[in-house]
Design a binder for this molecule. Structure first.
Ligand SMILES: C[S@@+](CC[C@H](N)C(=O)[O-])C[C@H]1O[C@@H](n2cnc3c(N)ncnc32)[C@H](O)[C@@H]1O
Length: 166
């Protein structure tokens, strides 16, 4: 019985996520590094937020560049893995990213998302840009942001600017 639970729990934790957003598929660190170098060179003045931060690979790359790094992740196993991996180099919050309030000093948001959530992402990001009272740079992988103009793109990564307003 215990063995069954040990098997079922991770399956459940990784499976139930599809009700809330993209399933766990990690970005490739090398590709993340190149995408930031090409589209948005990160530095010490940046605060990056990864919405659905998985095992922390994007946070690791942001920290390497000297940026402050925050992740929001709904899967407790991945929260634990990324906290162990990153230590004090990043803050990983466990919870539903759609309810997250971005830190005031956020400069760039990263999302590896699915097309089903494109309009929801636009609504969320617009609301947060409006709350913060300034535009937000957003780097997307997987799905784009429906209806918003593309700033630049590189091998699957697309950079947007989300401005306050409706
Ligand atoms: C495609 S993975 C991307 C992981 C990481 N950002 C990367 O690029 O390697 C999507 C992640 O979002 C998490 N996720 C999905 N829906 C979420 C939600 N509503 N709130 C927080 N995390 C969520 C999943 O558990 C998964 O780890």
């Amino acid at each position: 019985m215990i063995l069954l639970w040990l098997f079922a729990l991770p399956v459940f934790l990784f499976g139930f996520v599809v009700l809330f957003g993209a399933p766990y598929v990690p970005s490739l660190r090398r590709e993340v590094r190149r995408a930031f170098e090409e589209l948005y060179p990160l530095g010490g003045n940046d605060t990056l937020v990864d919405l659905g931060s998985g095992d922390g690979v994007v946070l690791l790359e942001a920290a390497r560049c000297g940026a402050k790094a925050y992740g929001y992740e709904i899967n407790p196993i991945l929260v634990l893995v990324s906290r162990l991996r990153l230590g004090k180099r990043a803050t990983v919050v466990m919870g539903n990213m759609w309810h997250a309030k971005l830190p005031d000093d956020t400069t760039i948001v990263y999302m590896f998302s699915v097309s089903r959530d494109s309009e929801k992402s636009v609504r969320y990001l617009k609301a947060e840009a409006t709350r913060l009272g300034r535009p937000l740079a957003v780097m997307m992988l997987g799905a784009g942001l429906k209806g918003l103009p593309v700033r630049a793109s590189y091998r699957g990564h697309t950079l947007y600017e989300v401005v306050p307003g409706k």
